[in-house]
Design a protein around this ligand. Structure first.
Ligand code: C5P
Length: 242
């Protein structure tokens, strides 16, 4: 008898449990308004609109009033999980939830809630490039500035070769079980992590770099909201012109 070859599912995991201190606002940056909706609603929409994504795990802070949130009606594809102290803890909680629903070799796309300008074409491209990759990888952007490595006393130690340096963006796409194990191993060793690729590197894997748009900014400071609005309008214009 022929056994059915199962195509690994794609899940999105959105860590949104940060407090965003650098923003200096009355609420975490993912809940601020960006045009007619919140930053988080823009971000969620990108993944909920994608026909290839099986489900979206949204990781929220402990004190967040979920009933007061205007979450989209996602037809049972949106799952809420509580986050942790650091970003990596929030992602681990989300993966723990997914481990009960998905298969170990399913793909997980981890994407910051604070990146509402991810172009849908970049998401498609990332998935297409990595679908058969043995490790997975991440969206990156080139550095347009010359990069200096600091030595001591605010002095340049050397200039980096900018053709080899990339800015790590999200989504970062890895296999559910492999990513979970890598994050657990890094946590057990006390290694601080700011992205998923670092966890994979920690266990000896080499994530693939996939160049994406520099429009995929992370909202961090108040002025970023104005920039994000310009980028979203630009994307809308480009879509309408197609
Ligand atoms: O603080 P930073 O900008 O690096 O956060 C990136 C993303 O990780 C944000 O979407 C934030 O809400 C999320 N995060 C989280 N849990 C934390 C810290 C950050 O889900 N403890």
């Amino acid at each position: 008898m022929k056994t059915e070859q199962r195509e690994p599912a794609l899940w999105a995991l959105i860590p949104a449990a940060g407090v965003g201190r650098r923003m200096g606002s009355d609420r975490p940056k993912q809940f601020l308004r960006l045009g007619s909706r919140s930053v988080l609603e823009h971000t969620l929409d990108i993944f909920l609109q994608h026909p290839g994504i099986r489900g979206v795990v949204l990781v929220l802070g402990v004190g967040v009033d979920r009933d007061a949130m205007d979450l989209p009606d996602a037809g049972g594809r949106l799952f809420l999980v509580t986050g942790g102290e650091e970003r990596a803890d929030s992602v681990r909680n989300g993966l723990g939830f997914l481990a009960q629903r998905g298969q170990p070799d399913d793909w997980v796309l981890v994407h910051d809630a604070a990146r509402p300008c991810l172009p849908p074409d970049d998401l498609d491209h990332l998935i297409a490039v990595l679908r058969d990759d043995p490790v997975g990888g991440l969206l990156v952007a080139a550095s347009t500035d010359t990069l200096k490595l600091a030595g001591t006393g605010d002095r340049v130690e050397r200039t980096l070769d900018r053709s080899r340096v990339w800015r790590a963006l999200t989504p970062q796409m890895f296999r559910l079980q492999a990513l979970r194990a890598a994050l657990e191993a890094a946590a057990a060793s006390g290694v601080p992590l700011t992205d998923e690729a670092s966890a994979m590197e920690f266990v000896g894997a080499s994530p693939r770099l996939v160049e994406g748009s520099p429009m995929n900014i992370k909202i961090t400071r108040p002025e970023d909201l104005d920039v994000a609005e310009v980028y979203l309008n630009r994307q809308q214009r480009l879509r309408s012109a197609r």
